[in-house]
Design a protein around this ligand. Structure first.
Ligand SMILES: Nc1nc2c(ncn2[C@@H]2O[C@H](COP(=O)(O)OP(=O)(O)OP(=O)(O)O)[C@@H](O)[C@H]2O)c(=O)[nH]1
Length: 310
């Protein structure tokens, strides 16, 4: 479990711990134990469960989110709701004297305020998510499932791309222009890895993913298909437009200068590319195999022209 975000929220965790300690100190010092026979264990299980669940939600929110207004609002809403629930839970075990009966009376007051804050937080979360969705549109298309994205590049995975190719093949007769697939492969990536190390190789993959994403259109889908190989799906696209896009992505990738982490190295990579346009007789595996064959041809062409210039 990655705790990086949780460590950013030490102050919020401190506030939560202080709040819970104050509530426990106040209620346990003023309350008198009801006695085993007067406790309704069904209520204890229900209210205890709700209290623990809200703490768990707070934990996962702090674990998953960076600092910011939405995180603060979500935390405040849930923490205030948790205050009501904790008071309600402790109420199952203790009675208060008349003078301290207010402790029992106020238990339900924080919850609605917490819910109002949570509603405001969810509205802002929605706004935030809309802008994140815009940034992710070439990586997700219609579906979000973290197991279908590639951990290194953040792009869609090969499995997700295959499912989307399948989908487009089923819709092929509804689209005017059909769809095309582009494949890009970094030349001599193995040599790059051996020369500069795997961590720099990962960084190059991430940066290539960003360059490709920046150079496609809103409706296109980009995936990291295998080690140094990327596929872009161009739905409802004429072949001539696909060819133009392929050329401009190759140009952008080859113009891109990689800077090593310690800034001692600037490096430009050559790229192999291939393109296929889908027809109604194609299958997903058939299209992928055509893409591979096109890529191999392109590699041999590059090798041949390199030999000629050498
Ligand atoms: N850094 C890094 N390297 C990876 C990853 N996955 C695969 N690789 C490496 O990518 C390299 C791919 O090598 P090849 O398939 O021979 O590709 P290439 O060296 O570009 O060869 P050509 O395409 O023929 O020029 C191998 O060294 C793999 O170990 C990864 O996630 N990160």
């Amino acid at each position: 479990m990655n705790l990086t975000f949780l460590k950013l929220h030490r102050s919020l965790l401190f506030i939560l711990a202080t709040m819970l300690i104050c509530v426990l100190t106040l209620t346990l010092s003023y309350g008198h134990y009801k006695g085993h026979n007067n406790i309704d264990w069904f209520d204890v299980a229900g209210e205890g469960g709700i209290t623990i669940m809200t703490l768990l939600w707070i934990f996962f929110i702090l674990l998953s989110r960076p600092k910011g207004r939405v995180t603060n609002l979500l935390f405040a809403g849930l923490a205030i709701m948790n205050l009501s629930m904790t008071l309600d839970f402790i109420d199952e075990f203790v009675n208060y004297d008349k003078n301290q009966a207010w402790l029992s009376t106020i238990e339900s007051i924080p919850a609605p305020f917490g819910m109002i804050l949570m509603s405001i937080a969810l509205y802002h979360w929605h706004q935030e998510q809309m802008s994140i969705n815009l940034q992710l549109r070439n990586r997700e298309r219609f579906y979000r499932e973290h197991q279908l994205s590639d951990a290194i590049s953040g792009l869609a995975s090969a499995d997700y791309m295959k499912s989307q190719i399948n989908r487009e093949l089923n819709l092929l007769h509804h689209n005017l222009h059909g769809f095309s697939l582009l494949m890009f492969d970094i030349a001599q990536f193995d040599r790059f890895n051996r020369q500069f190390g795997d961590a720099e190789g990962d960084k190059l993959l991430q940066e290539f993913a960003q360059v490709i994403t920046l150079n496609v259109r809103e409706q296109d889908l980009v995936c990291r298909y295998a080690s140094d190989c990327f596929i872009v799906m161009l739905p409802n696209t004429k072949l001539a437009v696909a060819e133009q896009l392929s050329l401009s992505i190759v140009a952008a990738l080859e113009a891109f200068s990689f800077n090593s982490s310690d800034s001692t190295l600037t490096y430009k990579q050559k790229v192999h590319a291939s393109l296929v346009s889908a027809t109604t007789t194609d299958s997903t595996s058939g299209l992928l195999s055509k893409l591979h064959q096109g890529l191999l041809k392109n590699k041999h062409l590059h090798e041949y022209s390199d030999e000629q210039t050498a």
